[in-house]
Structures are given as C-alpha cells and as structure tokens.
Design a protein around this ligand. Sequence first.
Ligand SMILES: Cc1ncc(COP(=O)(O)O)c(C=O)c1O
Length: 458
Amino acid sequence: MELPFAESYKIKMVETIKRSTREEREKWLKEAYFNLFNLRSEYVYIDLLTDSGTGAMSDKQWSKMMVGDESYAGASSYLIMKDTIKTLFGFNDFLPTHQGRAAENVLFSLLVKEGDIVPGNSHFDTTKGHIEFRKAKAIDCTIDEAFHPTQYHPFKGNLDLNKLEEVFKSNSIEKIPFIVVTLTCNSSGGQPVSMQNLKDVHAISKKHGTKVIFDSARFAENAYFIKIRENGYQDKTIKEIVKEMYTYSDAMTMSSKKDAIVNMGGFIGFSDRQMYEEASVYNIMFEGFVTYGGMSGRDMNALSQGLMEGTEFDYLETRIKQVEYLGEKLKSYNVPMLEPFGGHAIFLDAKKFLPAIPKEEYIAQKLATEIYLEGGVRAVEIGTLLADRDPVTRENRYPELELVRLALPRRVYTNSHMDYIAAAVANVYERRNEITRGLKILREAPIMRHFTVELERL
Ligand SMILES: Cc1ncc(COP(=O)(O)O)c(C=O)c1O
C-alpha cells in the first residue's frame, strides 16, 4: 500500500478549546453587534479569523527565546536577524518593526506623498489604508482572471502588465513612487505571483525609473507555489526560489506574523543603503531604535528561527495540503469557493452562497455570522465592509467578489478540525434558501471600519 501524506511535525504542547451551544452563540453574537472581531476568543471553538500571529511556534523557536539579547543597541538578536534576512532575501539592511503595518507606516512615510499613485495587485487593506491616509491612490492592476472565482489560473495574484503600463502612460513618473506586489495576494484569495511576473514587473519599474516593493507576509507560501506550478523551479529549494524572487524588488515590508510563524513582529528589508538611512529616522520616531524597532531580543530570535523553518519544503507542504484538504472537503459538499485554493485560506464565494441578499446588506459578513452561529467557527469578511468607503465620495465601495475567508493558523489545528469546519459550513449551505436578509450598519469608524463596525440584523 502506498503510504499516505502526513504532517511533518508532532505535537508537544496543547491548549484546551471549548464548544458552546447555539443559544450561547446567539447571545454572544448580538452582544458583539454582529462583528466577529468583538467576540471574546473563549466564545470561539475554531478560530479562523486570521492566520496572522496565530501560529504555533516550534520547540526550537521557544528555545531561542531563552537566549534573546535584550540590549537596547547592537543586540546579538538583531545581528542574527540581520544575517537571516541577508541569507534569505539578499538584503544588506533592514529595520525591525512591531508588525507589518508598522513597516508600511515607516516606509510609506518616506516614499508616499499626497497625490501619488501606487499601482499593485489588490493591495492589502492596511497597505491601502496607509496609501489613502497620505491622500495618495492605490490602483489595482491584478489580472482579470483573479476576479473570476472558479477560473483556473496557476498565478491569480499576477499583475496585468498592460494595466500596469497604462498607469505609467496616464501619470507622470514623479507621481509613482513604487509598485507594490503582495506575495501571496491576500485580498484576491491568497493567490500566488509567478517568478516570470515578478521579473516582468521589475523590468517595467526599471524602464520607467521607479521602485518595486514586495508586501511579503506570505512570501514562503508564494515560493512553494512557484516550485509546484512554474516550469523550471521543481528542482530548486524554497530558499533558492526566495532568493531569486527578491532580486526583483528594491525593498520589502514584512508582517512576520504569517510566514515567519511568530505571534508578533515585522521588518523592512532594503537593497538601497540610502533608503534605509532615510527610513531609519521614521523608524526611530514611530517604532524604536534601529536595532530593535518595536521588538524584544527574544522575539527577534524566534522570528529568525521562524523564517528558516517557514522556508522548509516539508513544513510548507504540510501547510498547503491542509488548506487543500479543507477545500476538497467543502467541494464535496458543493460549497462555492474561490479556486484554485489559496495558500493560507479557503475563500467562500458569498454572492453565490447567499444569492438572495442584496449587496447593500453586507452579504459576506452575514455569511460569516451564520457560520459562527452554526458551529462556533470564526471566519472573516473580505467584502464590502473591508472595502470601506471611497475616501472622496464616502460611498460604499462594492468589490467584485464578496468573500468569507477561512484562514488557517499555522501548525495549530488537525484535520479533524477541518472536517468539523467543513460540516459547519455545509450545514449553513443546506439552509441557504432561508437566509434572505443581511445586516445594517449602526456605527462605523472613518477608516478601516471592519475592525470596529457595529451592525444589526435586518
Ligand atoms: C498581505 C498583508 N500585508 C500586510 C499585512 C499587515 O500586517 P500586520 O497585521 O502585521 O500589521 C497583512 C496582515 O494581514 C497582510 O496580509
């Protein structure tokens, strides 16, 4: 008999999670104003709100924490992180930050000015937030295939080179400080970008004389897809692929809470010394001195170890196969999803799932709340709430896709949990025809409203 695939790790420490009743969940959801971010984590049985900062660190990461150097300046933990970043990405200079959006804040303070244009592939919400906060504009140049939920394309995170060229044609180059490439592309479903596309985008940027910044939260998952799907990379290691990817960028922002498998942390990597020096001023103002920038020494140690583990093929194969396992289970129940499955999550197609609800009633948020009510599984809306209002007209922006993301924390849940999640979603799907009304906003913040919005049932 052929031996089946199995995880590349075993469990050394466990955390108890509790199931609840539907009546309890009804009460808690109302108290949370139908915003799953407002729920206490103890009210959640399986938490798929995010894969960010929710991973399980390894025994080696924990052991490195014990030998963290907490010196204010020049700590060995900083130097280890510097070496790791140089080894993996080829960057000589880096700035630690407390998380990904802090890296964006520091770098964009230097690079983005009022009236600027920043093209990219479906910018992540904090990236877009930091661009719009500076009264600049993010332009989405993702390939059209990304907006067709089930159309197969191996690299649905790719930028459309014609759309990108069009941005350069219709704007002066002084207004385009950089192109941002998000790896993998979270907002379009955790979809990867091919090496060829990275190469082409880089060539376009150099032709016009601007920079390329990689928003790198899931760079290792992206490298895994390049190895599996792109010709010429099958025999390369993940680390070799990552090294090549970053030859096509000028700088990176990193939320280390994803592919570096730590609970908190981030950094900016620079190919250019001058950019590093200029950004250092903002790092000192917003984050901390350049050798710790919002992180403790022990956390930098765990992060460096996590980067090395997160770029191991066996680990990545286990991770992506678990996402696939959940996707295939849901498919067997005919649940509408984005395909191919993303690297870190399954994205449910809420418009197809609940076709009776009008777009003004927050379809994806409604679906996420129904999944919570069904089984205590917490997912997240990637739809109209997240898309926020147009900063000028203040009208709701209705994205082409209304999605519910089931994000899998790294090394946390077993495939029995996947079976449970799939059953909960399938039960909601079975009673989809009874769900005809959505939600109404009672209160919202002027920017990034999805975190704190309060809603009621219609
Ligand atoms: C692609 C991408 N960029 C940036 C961020 C922001 O990172 P952080 O949450 O660490 O601030 C995230 C977080 O989810 C992300 O997915």
